[in-house]
Design a protein around this ligand. Structure first.
Ligand code: ARG
Length: 480
């Protein structure tokens, strides 16, 4: 017997049935559908719509089905359209006609909206754990290489020296904001639509708040028309997922470059690298590339659901069935990408010597030298110009800034149109002071502000992050 066959005299066309079927996708919601039904049984019982025996029979039947779902022994019937009708019919097969009372005061419209929110709450909890797992891997690498210096880049050109740990902590910050967005999304999604019926509200005096409470929701939706048509929480989740994937993709991009032997800062562990079918020499960072590639898929899912919603009238429309494939896939991609990146990061081989060598070429300490001139009273613009000339001179004779001799430095200062700078040409101690400022360690220590790369700042941030994430020792990175 069809759930809605009464007013029809013909069977649905096979193609129409095929086209409308969603069981392949929404079987994912089976557990949530059963839990929603169990709470609905309590609501029906409290309202006197089921007697004690009926409520017990339906409840036992549903709990039996839940066990079958977990055991993976249940076979869904494709003829039954979706998960809701499958569960209802499976229940009827097991407990008989009393199952027909379950759908009292309920529509698949409020049912699916409830199921999806329950599913989302479960799924986001595992995503959050995976975010924390990657944060831990990043912090552990930072702790394991707390003194490693690398050239910070802008425009992919050597810019200023930074601690490797500082760079890793940048991603910990991004992921912390992703966690915040996840929590915000969850807070708004945490309302029970059950009792909204098809659109007008259930036709029985159901205690929606008690049912919501039983389901673990923080409250109930306040408008039945909105409740059955609202998929804001899907969009918010996808926006959060797309942004988190964007962060992973940027990290992936850096791992790809840094593991190129021309950089040589890192090596991906064998277990996270792949070879080439033709070139025996290759070590490819495929997992990082796939994270970068799958970001495109999640971006697409966000746009798909925004586009899905934009032309819909309020309330439920069947179009809304199309919300599930993008949502389910996006969170599968995000979850696996987070876990893969945690594995890649936790097992990275870091070449501190190569990083340091790269940081000492490319005149990355020039800004620190200019800052030192500013301390002697030279206006910054003029200091910038003078150090630019020093860099040109060093480059011309093939040395680093620390290799310039006194005469080179005096000549550049003496040529300055700024009186203070020109006067400094006579200061016998200055060339030595500027060479000292050009040393890697002193340049690194200069940005001693909150959020700067000075080691004492970074080490404090590392310690704070380790504390927040429950890392109490530097050992092997916890793997999730
Ligand atoms: N499979 C449907 C969906 O995912 C369930 C709701 C069906 N409601 C309806 N009025 N046909 O949206």
């Amino acid at each position: 017997m069809k759930a809605w066959g009464g007013r029809f005299s013909a069977e649905p066309d096979a193609d129409a049935a095929d086209f409308g079927r969603s069981i392949d996708v929404d079987a994912e919601l089976a557990i949530d559908d059963i839990r929603g039904s169990l709470a609905h049984v309590s609501g029906l019982r409290a309202a006197g719509l089921l007697d004690e025996a009926e409520a017990a029979a339906i409840g036992d039947g549903l709990r039996g089905l839940e066990a079958e779902v977990w055991a993976g022994t249940i076979a869904w019937d494709p003829a039954l359209e979706d998960i809701h009708l499958n569960i209802e019919m499976a229940l009827a097969e097991r407990i008989g006609p009393v199952a027909g009372k379950l759908h009292t005061g309920r529509s698949r419209n409020d049912q699916v909206a409830t199921d999806l929110r329950l599913w989302l709450k479960r799924r986001l909890a595992t995503i959050e754990e995976a975010v924390v797992g990657l944060q831990r891997a990043l912090v552990c690498q930072g702790l394991a290489h707390r003194e490693a210096v690398m050239p910070g880049h802008t425009h992919v050109q050597p810019a200023q020296p930074v601690l490797f740990a500082h760079h890793l902590l940048a991603y910990v910050e991004m992921l912390e904001r992703d966690r915040g967005r996840l929590a915000d999304t969850l807070a708004r999604a945490d309302r029970s639509p059950l009792g909204s019926g098809a659109l007008a509200g259930a036709g029985f005096a159901l205690d929606r708040e008690a049912v919501a409470h039983e389901l673990g929701f923080a409250g109930v939706t306040r408008n039945s028309i909105d409740a059955v048509g609202d998929r804001d929480f899907v969009v918010e989740t996808l926006a959060m997922a797309a942004l988190a994937m964007t962060h992973l993709s940027r990290l992936a991009e850096e791992l790809v470059w840094w593991s190129n032997p021309a950089f040589g800062f890192l090596r991906l562990a064998d277990a996270w690298s792949t070879g080439s079918s033709m070139m025996p020499n290759k070590r490819n960072p495929d997992p990082a590339e796939l994270v970068r590639g799958r970001t495109a898929r999640v971006d697409g899912h966000l746009v798909a659901v925004l586009t899905l919603l934009k032309g819909l009238p309020s309330g439920y429309q069947r179009d809304l069935q199309e919300d599930k494939p993008p949502l389910i896939d996006a969170l599968a991609v995000l979850g696996s990408s987070l876990r893969v990146m945690a594995g890649v990061v936790a097992t990275l081989h870091v070449d501190e010597a190569r990083m340091r060598a790269a940081a000492t070429t490319g005149f990355t300490t020039a800004t620190a030298v200019a800052d030192t001139l500013v301390e002697r009273g030279v206006p910054f613009r003029e200091a910038h110009h003078i150090v630019g000339s020093l860099v040109a001179r060093a480059e011309a004779i093939g040395v680093e800034l620390t290799g310039l001799v006194d005469e080179d430095i005096r000549a550049v200062l003496g040529a300055s149109s700024d009186a203070v700078a020109a006067g400094l040409a006579e200061d016998a101690g200055l060339p030595g002071a500027l060479r000292a400022a050009a040393e890697l360690e002193s340049a690194l220590a200069r940005p001693d502000v909150i959020g700067g790369t000075a080691p004492r700042r970074v080490h404090a941030e590392l310690a704070a992050a380790a504390e927040r994430l429950g890392i109490d020792h530097v050992g092997p990175t916890p793997r999730r």
